[in-house]
Write a protein that binds this ligand. Structure first.
Ligand code: ADP
Length: 406
């Protein structure tokens, strides 16, 4: 069974084609700068032996529809395409950012589902509209494939009310659905399951803290297979320090920025989302550069890393308390998988909680799942490469099989 995973942004379409009989990626790529005169497509064909061939083409892509048609051309290309005809694709799995309270799990897309994703636009005005464009375009280009929506928020719909309510007038929750939702759900779900596989225990018997550190970053407390708390909130701005996002700040900060610094709402939004985090603290948002600067003696980079890791450590403590007991801590995504210094700083001094990292293992290299806790650490600390696209493909396959059996 071939499943195409699509992640549509306002000017981009990312895609990955999987052969779900063996869970291997067959092709991946991205159409970028759609609607601009510098639009381009990068396409990669992946062979079963892991070898790959890549092509980059600068072509004018007027809109998402044209972009999707060009992607199909590449997927069926005699040299670069792994399939012969678009009808080989059984289903399209769409990443949809905000499912609000409507969606608790992966769902087959029909008119009602589209209407519900539209209803959730006020909660994710930047993300849900392009996701809807992706769905519309895929439905017209692949009329015979089943379209499936996988929501970033769905995994966190098990968070209890005491953890998702903000202490503001209750009507804002009841009427406007203002609450914590959380994001990166596919990644937290994927690495939690991989961790359970590694432990050789069912996920429903384990308590985990999953730490996703990419450009965006979030943590989840996963109790017996269910998310019970997460650091992002109604929007992805809350929680951890990120590349350019502030994470948690005093909620009165925007009033100070407006009243004393004369900033507009738009300026404040821009500063907290695009000019804060690592970038705000030390001038660069790329973790590799921040670590390089720190190693070269840059004090601002050093303190930025300390602020970054201290926030993670604080949430590990908080989630230990929320879970009651802890079996596994998982680090994942670009920084979590590749920055041993951040893992070391975040876990230092947590021996009291039974968390102890082994320096040699932490700084060692290797691919796949790696155990970096010491022999005597009560809690296992794992580095697990995330694969959100594969998780979307897997969830898509699961709902498809369920409907075929019904
Ligand atoms: P996204 O959220 O866009 O998917 P990624 O998961 O790819 O992001 O993570 C991007 C982050 O990972 C960047 O800050 C990048 O600097 C960091 N990163 C990637 N490789 C390394 C590395 N070897 N050491 C430190 N940080 C790294």
């Amino acid at each position: 069974m071939k499943i195409l995973v699509i992640n549509t942004g306002s000017s981009s379409i990312k895609y990955e084609l999987f052969d779900m009989d063996n869970h291997l990626a067959m092709a991946s790529g991205m159409a970028e700068k759609i609607g601009e005169d510098t639009s381009l497509i990068i396409h990669k064909r992946i062979l079963p032996n892991g070898e790959s061939a890549e092509k980059m083409e600068g072509v004018l892509i007027a809109d998402h529809h044209e972009g999707m048609k060009r992607i199909v051309d590449l997927l069926v290309d005699p040299e670069l395409g792994p399939i012969q005809d678009k009808s080989d694709i059984s289903a399209i799995g769409h990443r949809v950012v905000h499912g609000g309270e409507t969606f608790h799990s992966t769902t087959i897309i029909d008119e009602k589902v589209i209407a519900a994703i539209k209803e959730n636009i006020p909660l994710a005005p930047l993300h849900n509209p392009p996701n809807l464009v992706g769905i519309e375009v895929a439905r017209s280009v692949f009329p015979d494939a089943t379209q499936v929506a996988v929501f970033d928020t769905a995994f966190h719909q098990t968070i209890p009310m005491k953890a998702f309510l903000y202490a503001i007038p209750f009507d804002m929750y009841r009427k406007n659905r203002v609450r914590r939702y959380g994001f990166h759900g596919t990644s937290h779900a994927y690495v939690a399951q991989r961790a359970a596989d590694y432990m050789g225990q069912p996920l429903v018997e384990l308590n985990l803290i999953t730490i996703h550190l990419g450009n965006g970053a979030s943590m989840a407390a996963v109790k017996l297979g269910k998310s019970v708390d997460t650091t992002m909130g109604m929007t992805p701005l809350a929680g951890l320090v990120m590349g350019t996002r502030s994470g948690d700040v005093d909620p009165a900060l925007p009033f100070f920025m407006a009243n004393h610094l004369g900033m507009s709402l738009r300026d404040i939004d821009e500063i907290l989302n695009k000019d804060s985090g690592l970038k705000g603290l030390c001038g660069t948002n790329d973790m590799r550069d921040v670590i390089e600067k720190k190693n070269a003696g840059d004090d601002r980079a050093r303190i930025a890393l300390e602020v970054y890791a201290y926030r993670i450590k604080k949430y590990i403590g908080a989630y230990f308390a929320a879970l009651g007991s802890l079996d596994v801590v998982v680090f994942t995504a670009g920084i979590g998988e590749n920055a041993p210094y951040i893992r070391e700083l975040s876990c230092s001094g947590l021996n009291g909680l039974g968390i102890e990292i082994d320096e040699e293992r932490n700084y060692g290299t290797g691919s796949g799942i790696r155990e970096i806790s010491s022999q005597k650490s009560k809690v296992k600390v794992l580095v697990i490469p995330t694969d959100e696209e594969l998780e979307i493909a897997q969830e898509t396959k699961t709902v498809l099989q369920k409907t075929l059996m019904e």
